[in-house]
Design a protein around this ligand. Structure first.
Ligand code: GDP
Ligand code: IMO
Ligand code: MG
Length: 432
């Protein structure tokens, strides 16, 4: 059995957690491949709601094994706290969660450096989540990072931490005039993690590849969204990893030839947290309505999310980069009650129309979206379970998306709960 990948097609928070939780019913392993605790993946079942930051969204399915791959940057404090909370809910984690020995660690100095760099950027701040993600990936690629495996050997950890903190202190003091970090206090705190994290640490690449050979089905869970990808996103207003499909191979160590399905998660409108261009942003009452009805507040930081119309220029671009085999449209219910819906199909720039997604922010900040208008629907659709039971205008809206992207829609989410989903791979909406 192969690998399926779930990928955010926009700027994150598309509802990946909900879809991964739903699909976990059909798979053996769920594996996170990039990002870190900047992610906030919400899962709702029964009357429970839980937000996961590092542990894969399959953990609430007893028969599923979860993997945090080598491409993820791990905050040991955050992961142990998350494990504690999951256990408190009554779910066994030991033996069901494996953490890559090669994954890099997030240390207190990464968060401190991120903070002072954001402040130093003044008006140009990225608006990061403050979880130390960028600086941790910097160390990984500078080949000065500390990995999970280093946590298991106290002497190695002491040596590496001392060297790293001394270097960071020079930077903090010399460049940013910031307070230095206490080397001994950090070492004392982190050497304690060896026994706690040890039961979870393994060679996850070996584990995954053997599982694939044994016919297991792996669901790879992307974090963030394609437009936040460090190469394909709205640089520099991006995260420091690869949420797009290539990140799945490098972040887990699974060969691309094993990937059979690439599911693009598409929110029925757009949101963005943090700074950076957002051509279809609505800074009016409609944007406010989307934020209120959709509860668009960050699952990690609580920040209000910027809201706007669906952007098909951007979606066609991320579909091209990822090769989506099918789409899951989420939060369709949030559009109920709007008289008119708009969808951006082209951009106007310097008097000309284009369907190309520009890679440079100075252009993207100046493009004007060109919209197609659709009549909305008033019905509450949260209990609808079949495509044909959706209001005709909702069906038309979905058909338009599938046609414009040229990819079939296989899932439609009509509410935050597992059960509030129309699942039908035979929908073949693109063929209409
Ligand atoms: P993720 O980061 O992609 O996993 O998404 P988040 O969890 O950050 O944000 C999605 C939010 O929308 C969460 O609060 C979900 O519970 C909620 N959600 C997911 N799907 C739907 C849906 O179809 N309708 C509504 N109303 N809420 C949804
Ligand atoms: P999930 O997985 C939405 C955004 C931040 C900021 C930029 C860089 O829940 O979809 P970082 O802390 O990664 O260096 O911040 O990326 N960002 C997200 N936005 N959802 C996320 O994750 C995000 N993770 C990072 O707001 O703009
Ligand atoms: Mg989120």
């Amino acid at each position: 059995m192969p690998v399926s990948v779930v990928i955010g097609s926009q700027w994150g928070d598309e509802g990946k957690g909900k879809i991964v939780d739903l699909l976990s019913q059909e798979v053996d392993i769920v594996a996170r491949y990039q990002g870190g605790a900047n992610a906030g993946h919400t899962i709702c079942w029964g009357d429970q709601t839980f937000v996961l930051h590092l542990v894969p969204s399959g953990i609430f399915h007893e028969g599923v094994t979860c993997v945090i791959g080598n491409g993820v940057v791990i905050d040991p404090v955050a992961v142990m706290e998350e494990i504690r909370m999951i256990r408190e809910l009554g779910y066994e984690v030991e033996g069901r969660l494996f953490i890559s020995h090669n994954a890099h660690l997030i240390m207190p100095y990464h968060k401190r450096i991120e903070q002072v760099r954001e402040q130093a950027r003044d008006g140009g701040a990225i608006g990061t989540t403050g979880r130390g993600i960028g600086p941790a990936y910097v160390d990984k690629f500078a080949r000065t990072g500390i990995r999970v495996v280093d946590l298991l050997d106290r002497d190695v950890l002491r040596t590496k931490l001392t060297r790293a903190i001394e270097e960071k202190n020079t930077l903090l003091r010399g460049v940013y005039g910031a307070e230095e970090l206490d080397v001994d206090a950090i070492i004392e705190e982190y050497v304690e993690f060896d026994k706690r994290i040890d039961p979870y640490v393994t060679d996850t690449t070996e584990y995954l590849c053997q599982a694939l050979r044994a016919g297991k089905h792996v669901l790879a869970e992307g974090a963030q969204g394609s437009l936040l990808d460090v190469d394909f996103g709205t640089y520099p207003y991006v995260t420091s990893s690869h949420p797009t499909v290539g990140g799945c191979c490098t972040g887990l160590g699974v060969p691309p030839t094993e990937i059979e399905r690439v599911i693009g998660i598409v929110k029925a409108y757009c949101t963005r947290v943090g700074n950076g261009p957002f051509p279809t942003e609505l800074e009016d009452a409609t944007g406010e309505q989307l934020r209120n009805v959709g509860h668009e507040y960050g699952a990690t930081t609580g920040r209000p999310r910027r809201c706007g119309w669906l952007d098909l220029v951007a979606l066609r671009y991320t579909s091209m980069v990822n090769g989506f085999t099918d789409l899951a449209i989420t939060k369709l219910d949030v559009l109920s009650g709007l008289d008119e819906l708009k969808v951006c199909t082209r951009y106007r720039y310097d008097g000309k129309e284009t369907t190309r997604f520009p890679s440079e922010v100075q252009t993207l900040e100046r493009v004007e979206p060109v919209y197609e208008s659709f009549p909305g629907w008033q019905e509450d659709i949260t209990e609808v379970r079949r495509f044909e039971d959706l209001p005709a205008n909702a069906q038309r809206y979905l058909r338009f998306i599938a046609e414009q992207v040229g990819v079939e829609i296989s899932m439609i989410s009509t509410g935050p709960k597992r059960s509030q989903t129309i699942v039908d791979r035979g929908l073949a909406l693109a063929a209409d």
